[in-house]
Design a protein around this ligand. Structure first.
Ligand code: ADP
Length: 441
């Protein structure tokens, strides 16, 4: 099987595929540099040369055009229109809609306001909480498509300069969120969890949650009352106290790589399993906590399932093999002092940079495990390729199956998921690295 990594910047992805049996890496630019010798090309219908690959892997999102141009034997590592889950404003609006329908089920996302649209409500909430006098609740404000903590600030008032600016700048959308103040601390430091989920099919929805992940720590001790007064000017270094992004905390000289990935007590990035063991030692029911984490990830994905299924069907070339996409999602979750998990965001291209033993001990096995699950579908397509290539299945099926899956099926999914999680249905391997657990089918 061939994977096209022309649009992938991660060396760890490249080396993982190179080491996996049955895979060959092909890259447009690299191979061109090498004289194009080991780059077999095929003529696509309608002209044009393209690399022959079975899996298209990109760090970016998958455009509809790219998706529609996939040949019948080819798969991609994203679903089209994943912004429904991975753009902060879309996620907030999908989860808020679900919360209206199922308030008890969707209570894991901090209250959020999309600015400027929800400015009035947000402003009212700030006043209600006594904002303006520097006493109210704290809110965190993020650019809707930001990443790595860029452009984020904290405020207690809707009158913050950057918010006012966003009211007048076309297309500058912000998401204001209630700040989780009672965050769980370890040794006085705030941390969040990076969980990984593999979506192999959006209709019916099939999700696997990886039994490992990262715990990412701030590099300055947490101070919940640091922000009193004029939040237009945040104290220097505030981000190292309040934002857990590793990319950001690396800028602090106090950032530490763990010398040993099995040691849960040291380093700015640790294994989730190690941190959970530490919590178990403090009497926390870790199994129950993990169930809640899985529950939250799957429910978040369910919130956009009808939309994902709709887009997938709308743009899918006629295809006898069903789903031709998968997605490895990175979910950022904060635990509060009552051990309640809060979902902060979902990432469609979680970082595969391996900068230390913890990163490589988690991200490479994650990729291998994902390919172990998805590989057979790709192999099946590759094997059937000769048969399918000449058929008329290259035409996009415009309008086919374009109907949106309604509320009824969302209800069904939730009901099914509840019973599946409750009864612990799922595949789980004894191997430490083979730890994807299937949760929704
Ligand atoms: P980005 O995509 O820029 O990383 P996130 O939504 O992940 O944006 O937020 C960055 C960091 O800010 C998180 O990792 C977390 O530490 C902190 N954070 C985000 N939202 C909240 C919140 N509602 N309450 C407390 N901390 C938050």
């Amino acid at each position: 099987m061939r994977v096209d990594l022309s649009a992938c910047r991660y060396e760890s992805v490249r080396t993982t595929f190179e080491k996996m049996r049955g895979w060959k890496v092909v890259e447009r630019h690299r191979n061109r540099k090498r004289g194009g010798k080991d780059c077999p090309v095929e003529v696509e219908r309608g002209g044009g040369l393209r690399i022959d690959y079975d899996l298209y892997w990109t760090d970016r999102s998958l455009t509809r055009t790219r998706f529609m141009r996939l040949l019948p034997h080819q798969m991609a590592n994203h679903f089209p229109e994943m912004h429904e889950l991975c753009c902060k404003s879309f996620l907030a609006s999908n989860l808020s809609a679900m919360r209206k329908l199922h308030p008890d089920q969707y209570d894991f996302f901090p209250d959020s306001w999309i600015l400027p649209d929800d400015y009035k409500d947000f402003s009212r909430e700030c006043r209600r909480q006594g904002g303006g006098q520097g006493k109210g609740d704290l809110f965190i404000v993020k650019p809707e498509r930001g990443c790595q903590g860029k452009g984020i600030f904290l405020t207690r008032t809707a009158g913050h300069e950057s918010i006012k600016q966003s009211l007048w700048s076309l297309g500058k959308i912000l998401v204001a969120q209630r700040y989780v103040n009672n965050t769980l601390l370890i040794d006085g430091y705030k941390f969040d969890l990076r969980l990984y989920a593999l979506v192999t099919c959006c209709d019916p929805l099939r999700v696997y949650v990886y039994r490992e992940g990262l715990a990412r720590f701030c590099t300055e001790p947490f101070d919940p009352v640091a922000f009193v007064g004029n939040e237009n000017r945040l104290p220097e270094g505030w981000a190292y106290t309040h934002l857990t992004n590793s990319s950001l905390n690396k800028g602090n000289e106090k950032f530490r790589h763990s010398p040993d990935d099995a040691d849960p007590g040291v380093g700015s990035k640790r294994r989730i399993s190690g941190v959970l063991e530490m919590l178990r030692g403090q009497g926390i029911d870790v199994e129950k906590l993990w169930e809640r984490l899985e529950d939250l990830v799957v429910k978040a994905i369910i919130s956009a399932q009808p939309l994902l299924a709709h887009h997938h069907r709308l743009h899918q070339p006629k295809d006898r093999f069903g789903d031709r996409c998968f997605e490895i999602l990175g979910a950022d979750v904060l635990l509060d002092s009552d051990m309640k998990p809060w979902l902060l965001e979902l990432n469609h291209s979680p970082s595969y940079h391996c900068e230390g033993v913890v990163d490589s001990g988690i991200k490479r096995p994650l990729l291998q495990e994902a390919m172990r699950i998805i590989g057979p579908s790709i192999a099946q397509r590759a094997a059937a390729r000769a048969h399918v290539a000449n058929q008329e299945s290259l035409e996009p099926a415009a309008g086919e199956g374009g109907a949106c899956v309604g509320e009824a099926s969302t209800e069904k999914l939730l009901a099914k998921m509840r019973s599946s999680v409750a009864h612990g249905i799922g595949v789980q391997s004894a191997d430490r690295n083979a730890t994807m657990q299937e949760l929704a089918d």
